[in-house]
Design a protein around this ligand. Structure first.
Ligand SMILES: NC(=O)c1ccc[n+]([C@@H]2O[C@H](COP(=O)([O-])OP(=O)(O)OC[C@H]3O[C@@H](n4cnc5c(N)ncnc54)[C@H](O)[C@@H]3O)[C@@H](O)[C@H]2O)c1
Length: 262
């Protein structure tokens, strides 16, 4: 038994836990799933797309993973997916709300965004967080423990132009994280957000030029590109024992990009 407050050093701090990661078929979500599995969690990827690569990468590490296909913005689809999780596992210990629409979105002034696009982005990026947290909270509240990590974005801090629906959705995620932390704290559940800067993924590399990625890195205090592993390791920390007393927080993982001029 480790005394409360004592340093905790474990190779596989998430051993024995079940982690649901949304949007884990590729990019950041895939890296989160692999990182949590490497720390001992059994991982469930819930994605619109098949999670074949993620599941085989986890298995190659000697870990356990399953992939479920679902639309996390749709109430019925989320319910069905979490029922299936419940049929495989007794408990959900970790939920990472990662699925979201970002790279690939048309950048345009807010007066040129149509209502259908506004609804699509805000529904996927906001409603999914509520639906999945609601579904996972049943198990976490019953167990009296759990971790929820929501993916926000550092665009909220500086108000990135020409992506108003996206920025609004990621600001909502920060507020939701705080409210959920209040509501779930009494049940022993920590809720935090991670707000990445621009991450180099296979998808962002198609969306923006190498020159743009280089300029963004130059504007950071730490001038190297932000990688999916930087985000995944922060998420893993928040899911582990060392983050026991951290809740309601948003951690910016952006190399200091939004610190302002020196
Ligand atoms: N990439 C970045 O630079 C960056 C920066 C800040 C924040 N983020 C956030 O991190 C998260 C992951 O970003 P990414 O770049 O890896 O995204 P991505 O677009 O590469 O991958 C997103 C995954 O989510 C899945 N998905 C999308 N809509 C879904 C739905 N309705 N139901 C189920 N699955 C769905 C996709 O199929 C895909 O596998 C997002 O929430 C994003 O907003 C990304």
């Amino acid at each position: 038994m480790v005394a409360e407050g004592a340093p905790v050093v474990l190779d596989r701090p998430l051993a024995g836990s079940v982690a649901v990661v949304t949007g884990a078929a590729r990019a950041i979500g895939q890296e989160i799933a692999i990182t949590l599995a490497a720390r001992g969690a059994t991982v469930v990827s819930i994605d619109l797309a098949a999670s074949t690569d993620t599941v085989s990468s986890v298995k190659a590490l000697g870990g356990e993973a399953i992939g479920l296909t679902a639309d996390v913005a749709d109430e019925g689809s989320v319910q069905k997916a979490f029922n299936e999780v419940g049929s495989h596992f007794e408990r959900i210990d970790v939920l990472v709300n990662n699925a979201g629409l970002f790279a690939g979105l048309e950048r345009r002034p807010f007066w040129d965004i149509d209502a259908a696009e506004w609804d699509r982005v805000t529904t996927v990026n906001i409603r999914s967080v509520w639906l999945c947290a609601r579904a996972a909270s049943t198990s976490m509240r019953a167990a009296g423990k759990g971790r929820v990590v929501n993916l926000s974005s550092n665009t909220v801090t500086f108000g990135m132009p020409n992506l108003l629906h996206y920025v609004a959705s990621k600001a909502a995620v920060i507020g939701m994280t705080r409210s959920m932390a209040h509501e779930l704290g009494p049940y022993g559940v920590n809720v935090n957000a991670v707000a990445p800067g621009l991450v180099t993924t296979e998808i962002t590399k198609e969306w923006v030029s190498d020159e743009y990625l280089r300029q963004v890195a130059e504007g950071q205090c730490i001038n190297s590109p932000i990688l999916p592993s930087d985000i995944a390791r922060t998420v893993a920390f928040l899911c582990g024992p060392d983050a026991r007393m951290i809740t309601g927080q948003t951690i910016l993982v952006n190399g200091g990009a939004t610190m302002g001029p020196a």
